[in-house]
Design a protein around this ligand. Structure first.
Ligand SMILES: [Zn+2]
Length: 137
């Protein structure tokens, strides 16, 4: 599970809207009988007097779902735009990939450049050699 500190950092990083106070909790719930499971919650409170509060569905066992559920609540309330929600989803997806230990994709290979002019192919698949400067009479 994520530590409270890491979870708090994730919840803070995912918020891209107006200034908020972020409260998060990551805890272990123990049931009678010894079974236990992680429980994550996030609260975003707008940093304005009497600011509204947006919170995750209670007791999510997935830290990423908890953050997204609080983000979703703010979106439903019209506090975040669709674009901001997409950005939040990207932040959460990156964190999820990071913590899952999945290998990071290799960096994209640089585009091959022409040996003669040193330019990469342009939109039309041609380098600078393909273009002859126009002679102005
Ligand atoms: Zn060339």
């Amino acid at each position: 599970m994520l530590t409270p500190l890491v979870f708090s950092a994730l919840a803070t990083a995912a918020w891209v809207g107006a200034p908020v106070t972020v409260q998060s909790s990551a805890s272990i719930c123990r049931l009678v009988g010894g079974r236990s499971f992680p429980s994550y919650s996030v609260y975003y409170s707008l940093a304005t007097p009497g600011g509204a509060m947006y919170y995750s569905a209670p007791g999510s066992s997935c830290p990423f779902a908890a953050v997204l559920s609080a983000i979703d609540a703010a979106w439903v309330a019209g506090v975040l735009t669709g674009r901001q929600v997409e950005q939040a989803q990207r932040v959460v997806a990156q964190a999820e990939a990071l913590f899952s230990g999945a290998p990071t994709p290799p960096p994209a290979a640089p585009a091959p450049v022409c040996a003669a002019c040193g330019e990469a192919a342009d939109y039309f698949g041609e380098c600078a050699c393909a273009y002859v400067p126009m002679q102005v009479a």
